[in-house]
Design a protein around this ligand. Structure first.
Ligand code: NAP
Length: 300
């Protein structure tokens, strides 16, 4: 039974820890809200008092918290992971955070002789629960190999994409594709609605061709049912788009489509819709158009 530490038992972290334990590993966990950690305790899962304690009893520690400042807090704050790192320790950050902040954090960890992999994830709560996450990894290849038994317990597609920070940059690329595809699905269905088309037949007709996408196939049917339950909330999507737009600003790259979607989501947040799924983007177009998608099919 191999030993690993894990910090952050949110929607994603709790599923990943369950899969690490199911794969036969012993996991030492810490979560800011202690009750969530205690609820997971078992023979295979021990609860530590601080992030430093997790790092002091494990050579490899995974982290999955919300944003750049939160990673900084659990790694470099009081009783943080950094206080327990030793020469040769490995920290794997699964959070989606800023690529440039990542490079700075990695350097500080490398300065004490420890290693850092940025390994953001994609695949939603379903992927975390089923152990099928896509993991995009930046950092040293030898450390990726060392981490592989643990990564394979939580992920289905594991890709080493480059040096430290590259994993987070690929995740930013991923999020551009997610939101611009969402805008395309929204505009397409609004035109179909305005033209009086049968929306289900329209989806059937276009999903298998060159216009098809994961977003259209998975969220299109939800939009037609006006089912706004989240796979990924607008609020978390906006956190990621802030990261994307900051990286684009730093690199001097214009991203007009992504910037437009960011403003549309901001309008929806101002209406109190931040906890709805990111496919509720179509509601911003409905406000502009003055009619609703699939209004006659509204099942509440
Ligand atoms: P979540 O359910 O909101 O959980 C966030 C976790 O981070 C909780 O354990 C929380 O502790 C902890 N945390 C946040 N700020 C902290 C701080 N300052 N100090 C200590 N702990 C802190 O979020 P999630 O959905 O698991 O997402 C985690 C990461 O994965 C995010 O970067 C997210 O963008 C990314 N991600 C999420 C999805 C998804 O579909 N949900 C998909 C891909 C990637 P408490 O329990 O005490 O609040």
């Amino acid at each position: 039974m191999a030993e690993i530490g894990f910090i952050g038992l949110g929607i994603m972290g709790s599923g990943m820890v369950a899969n690490l334990a199911a794969a036969g590993h012993h996991v030492t966990v810490w979560n800011r809200t202690t009750a969530k950690a205690e609820a997971m305790a078992s023979d295979a899962i021990s609860v530590a008092g601080t992030p430093a304690e997790v790092a002091s009893v494990n050579d490899i520690v995974m982290v999955c918290v919300s944003d750049s400042g939160d990673v900084e807090a659990v790694v470099f704050g009081k009783d943080g992971v950094a206080d327990g790192l030793r020469e040769g320790s490995l920290l794997i950050d699964h959070s989606t955070i800023s690529p440039s902040a990542t490079v700075g954090f990695a350097r500080r960890v490398n300065d004490v002789g420890a290693h850092w992999l940025d390994a953001p994830i994609s695949g939603g709560s379903e992927g975390a629960k089923n152990g099928t996450l896509s993991i995009m990894i930046g950092g040293d290849g030898a450390q990726v190999t060392r981490a592989m038994p643990f990564l394979e317990a939580v992920g289905g597609t594991i890709t080493h994409v480059g040096e430290q920070g590259a994993g987070q940059l690929v995740k930013a690329v991923n999020q551009i594709l997610v939101v611009v595809n969402q805008l395309a699905a929204s505009e397409a269905l609004m035109l179909a609605e305005a033209g009086g088309l049968d929306l289900n037949k329209t989806l059937d007709a276009v999903s298998g061709g060159a216009a098809g996408s994961w977003m259209l196939s998975n969220r299109g049917p939800q939009m037609i049912k006006r089912d706004w339950r989240p796979g990924f909330t607008i609020d978390l999507q906006q956190k990621d788009l802030r990261i994307v737009l900051k990286a684009a600003d730093e690199l001097g790259v214009p991203l007009p489509g992504t910037a437009l979607v960011f403003q549309m989501y901001r309008a929806l947040q101002a209406q109190g819709l931040g906890s709805e799924g990111n496919h509720a983007l179509v509601k911003a177009l409905e406000d502009l158009a003055g009619f609703e998608l699939a209004a006659s099919d509204d099942d509440g």
